[in-house]
Design a binder for this molecule. Sequence first.
Ligand code: PEP
Ligand code: MG
Length: 944
Amino acid sequence: MEKTIRGNKYIYFFGGGNADGHESMKNLLGGKGANLAEMAGHPKLKLPVPPGFTITTEVCTYYYDHKKTYPNELRSQVGEALEKTEKLMGKKFGDEKDPLLLSVRSGARRSMPGMMETVLNIGLSEKTIKGLIAQSNDERFAYDAYRRLIMMYADVVMEKGNGADVRHGKGIRKMLDEKLENIKEKQGYISDTQLTVDELKTLVRTYKKTVKKVLGKEFPDDPWEQLWGGIGAVFSSWNGKRAVEYRRIEKIPDEWGTAVNVQAMVFGNMGNDSCTGVAFTRNPGTGENKFYGEYLVNAQGEDVVAGIRTPAPVNEYSKNAQSENFTTLEKMMPKLYKELDGYQNKLELHYKDMQDIEFTIEKGKLYMLQCRVGKRNGIAAVRMATEMYAEKLIDAKTAIMRVAPNQLVELLLPMLDPKAEQTNTVIAKGLPAGPGGAKGRVVFSSDDAVEWEQRGEKVILVREETSPEDVDGMHKSQAILTTKGGMTSHAALVARGWGKCCIVGCGDIEIHHENKTFKAKNGEVIKEGDWITLNGTRGLVYEGSLPLVDIDIEKNKSYNELMKLVDKIKVMGVRANAETPGDAAQGVKFGAEGIGLFRTEHMFYGEGSEQPLFLLRKMIVSKTEAERREALNELYIYVKKDIKDTLLVMNGHPVTIRLLDPPLHEFVPHDKEKLHQLSEELGIRVSVLKRRVLALHENNPMLGHRGVRLGVSYPEITEMQVRAIFEATAEIIKSGKKAFPEIMVPVTCTVNELSHQKKIVDRVYEEVCEAEGVKNIPYLYGTMIEIPRAALKAGHMAEVADFFSFGTNDLTQMSFGFSRDDIGGFLPNYLDQKILYDDPFQTIDQEGVGELIRIGTERGRKTKPNLKVGICGEHGGDAESVKFCHRIGMNYVSCSPFRVPIARLAAAQAAVQYPEIKIENYATQGNNGHGIKNPVQKRRLESV
Ligand code: PEP
Ligand code: MG
C-alpha cells in the first residue's frame, strides 16, 4: 500500500531550506535521515544542514531480497539528488578543480550506536586532491583527509563490506594504524596533527601499497566507485556480526533495514577558524536547563569521540576541572556561538525534548550535522521531565513516559561515582541483585560481619550463598556478594528488601575459607579485611575503596513532583513487601498504599529474634499437641506484637499477613555447638533433640513440609497466628484507630486446603469477636497462587478465597522446574547462548508463567467477578512485569519497599500505554470498612 503512494521513490533529498522527508518518517528514512530532513526542511527550523540525501530502508530490504542488487531507478535518482547537492554547495563531485566530498552513513529506525559503518571524505582521488588543495589552500589538510579516506574505505568497504570475517584487532585498519603509529614513534610525535605534509604523502603511498598487498585489490581512485562502494558497505553492515548481535539483544527486527545518508562533507579541520563539537540542549548529567557542550578547534568529529584531545567548553557553564582554563566557543567565536545557541533553543522547542546536537564550523560557517533525543541519567531524566512539564513544553503523560522506571534506582540509593568506575578495573562480574553502590572490608562469615561492625568497621559479606542464619551479618554489612545463587536466592531477596547493594551468582570469584581469601578470575587475591567496592546495579566488583555519591530522595524536588503526576495517572495499586514495622514505614515513605506481603517468619531472624526463635524451636521440637500449644501460647505474644505494630504503622491500609511458610527445619540449629546449647535451654537430652531435628530433614524442602501443609499438620500453628491477627486488629479498632488485615495462606494447590484452614479462621474469628466484645473485625481471607495447579484450579480456589496474590518466585520455580536458589549455576550459560533472553526470576516469563497468571486471574474472576488480584513475588518491582500485571488487569502489585517508586512509575506508564484496561484499585480500600468496593468483603461485614 505504502509503496504505491510513494511510487518508486527511493531517495529523499534535504538541504537549502527544503526536504522531501520529515521527522515522522523514521521507518523509511531511519532516525538520522528523518531528523536531517526535519532540521533542513521544516518551516520553523530550516537550519544550515549540509545538503544531501537519504536512500530509504526499503532499498536495504530490496538489496537483501535481490542478491545484493539495487532497484533499477536508484542510479538515476542518486544522480539527480547529487546534482542538487552540487548546486547548493557550488562544487562538483569528482571535479579536479573544486571537488565535492561526501560522507556516507548508516541510520536505522532506532539508533544502533557504533554497530554499523560510516565512510567519510568520499570523492578524493589522485586527481581531485589537487582541487581540494587549491580550494583549501592547505596541502596538509588535503592529504590528511585522503589518508583517512583510504583507511576507512579499506576497512569498511573492501574488507568488512566483502564479508571478510575480521577477527578483533587483526584487520586492515589495525595494520594501517600501525603504519601511522610507526611514523609518530620514529619522530617522537604525540599527536596525529604533528605529521608533516611529506610524511602524510608517504603515508598515503604506504597505505595504498598495503591495501593492495593485503586485500589483493587496488584502492579505487574513482569517486563514483567509492560512492557506490560506500553505499553497499553500509547496507552490508546491517547484517554485520555486531549489528545482528545488537538487534537480537535490543529486539530490533531484522526486516527493518537501515537507510543510507549521503551528505556533503564540511570540515572542522580546515584551520583555527574551524571546529567541531557535540552539545546538549540541557545538561544530560544533572538535567539543568542550561546549554551544555564541548568542541575542538581544527578537528573532525571523530577526534571528539576518540577522546585523544581534551575538548574545550562551548560556554562558561560547560567548564569542568579539566577544561577550566580553555577558551569557550562563546568567547572565541561569539557570533557563531549565538547562532548555535539560537538553533539549540529552536530544536528543543520543536522536538519538546532534550536534543543531542553535532555541529561543525568550517571557516567561519556553522553547519548542523545531526540532532537526536539525548541520552541522560536518571537524575537528569526526572528533572528534565518535571521541568519541561512545568514549562508547559510537555503534558503529564509525556512527562512520566520520559523516565525509565529503573532510572529511579539512581535517585534512591547511593551509587558509585561513575568517574571512579571509568578509571578502575572490574575484577569480577555477577548478577545485579541489589542495586546501588557500596564499599567495605571483606569478611567471610556472618559472625565476623557482626563482630567487625560492632568495632565500627564497614564490611562486605562474601559467601558462596546465604541462609536465614546469616541474616544478622547480612544486615550489618554494607553489601553482600555471593558466588552462587540467582536473582531470587536468599541473599538477593533479603538484600533487595532492605535496599542493600548485593551481587549474587558471581562465579568469577573463588572463596578459600581456609586462608580467608577469595581469588578473582583475573588472578587477583583479596584477603579478609581488604577493601572492595560493588556496583550492585550492574553486578561489578572493584578492588579497593571507590567513592560513592549519596542521594537524599526526600529533598529531591523533581522526584516528588514526578511522583505526584505518577499517582494521578496510575490505576493499579502499589504495595510493599514488608517484614517488620520498620520496613512497613519505609514502604509508606516510598508511597506504598498497603502491605502486599508480610512474611511473619522474619521475626525469627536477625536482631531481637532470640526469644521468639527460642519459643518457635520449643514448639518445633515438642512431642505432643499439648506441648506445642504451650510453646505457641508463649510465642503468640511476640507474633501479636509484631502484627499489631505493623497494622498501626499502616493506619488502616491493608496488610496482607502470610501464615508461616518455610519448612520447620530452617529454624532449628544444625551445628553441634548450637544443638548442645539449645538442648540445655530446653532441658531435653541432646540425643532426643538430634532425633527430632533429623526427623525434620527433607530431601526437597522447597517442595516439602511447608506453607499451608504446616497448618494442615499442625492446625494449632494457624490458630495461634489467626488469633494474634484478630486480637491485634480488634484492639486497634477499639482504641479508635484503623486496621485492615488480610490473611493469606501460602503454597496452596487445592481449594480443600483453603476450606480446611478457613474453618479455623471462622472459629477463631467468632471467639475473638466475643472475647473482645466487637461485632465485627474487618479482614479478607485469601491465598497465594504459587503452584501451577493452583493457577489452573483458580476457579475453585476463588470459591473460598477473597483475593489471590501471585507468588511468582515459587510459581516461576515450579513452572520452569528451575530451583530459585540454584539457578545461578546455569543461568549465565542460558543467557549467553540465548536459550533464555531474561532471568525468569527477575522479569516475568510472560509467555509461560504469564499464561498461568492470566488463566488464574480469568478463572478466579469467573467465579468471583470482584476477586482482588495482586502479585507479591520479586517481579512486583520489575517494570516490565508491572506493566504485564496491568495488562492482565491485576488490582495491585507488591514489592520491596525500595522498589515501590519504580513500580508506581511503571504502573503509571502502563496506564498511559494501555488505557483500555480498566482496573479497580483495591490497594487502599481497607480503612476499617470505609470505602469498600469489594462485594465479597461487604458480604462478610453484613453477615457478622
Ligand atoms: C513467592 O513465592 O513469590 C513469594 C513471594 O514467596 P516466598 O518468596 O517467600 O517463597
Ligand atoms: Mg513463595
